[in-house]
Design a protein around this ligand. Sequence first.
Ligand code: NAP
Length: 246
Amino acid sequence: MCDLTAKVAVITGASRGIGQGIALSFAKHGAKLVVNATSQESILDTMEQLRSLGTQAVAVIGDVAEAETSERLVEQALHSYGSLDIAVSCAGINMDGMLHKMTDEQWKRVLDVDLTAAFYLIRSASQIMRQQGSGRILTISSAAWLGNLGQANYAAAKAGLVALTNTAARELGRYHITCNTICPGLIETDMTAHMPVQAREEMCRRIPLQHTGDPLDIGNAAVFLASEAASYITGEVLNVGGGLIL
Ligand code: NAP
């Protein structure tokens, strides 16, 4: 039902955590990949795992906050495979702080990496997908998009992602391109490894399924949304968090 055989996907932030989970899930379902991270060293582990699965994959190194990184990702997909079927904007950072103490740098950098980068990728990918008359675009938001203590920058970026993705869904639907957002709950990655213990415990208490998630949980949801099985789903926010948001 969720076959991605011969589909070509670009994924930002694929060196670890959720982006790596999505890359490995796509690979297991037959996709060919262009994966991105900030350095050759950081993407090495993902490339080795993809190689051991027998997946065709190339890495494009670059900061997603720069528009040219997205342009290179799309060019690489066309150069290596001749098409682009799926674009996933996953790279993200957080630089937390209470609003009254948040610096301009904290605000700007998180907005650049977590929101503007998705705009760059959607803009570049949609030019090809419009010509093809097909495509899948996925963005990775967060339960924090509804507002979260100490995360004004992150929450604003993640809420912006929902609006951006839904706007893309409206504009690109006529070209048979679907655009959806995944909202992970609390997933075990480097990003959540250093959460304050109290905040983590409080969040865990609110999860009806009573455990945290794995990057492959998000990978499974991404495979579904990228597949033919989800061809009539666009402009949706899919919560994958064990019921954290109810
Ligand atoms: P993570 O383990 O910290 O991984 C972050 C990824 O983003 C890495 O691949 C990193 O590459 C890449 N990255 C960071 N800055 C980048 C930049 N400027 N240019 C290119 N790549 C960059 O984080 P994660 O938990 O997997 O999070 C992935 C996404 O899911 C983020 O958008 C995050 O906001 C979202 N999310 C996570 C959770 C969660 O519970 N973990 C919940 C909700 C939403 P390098 O290795 O090269 O640094």
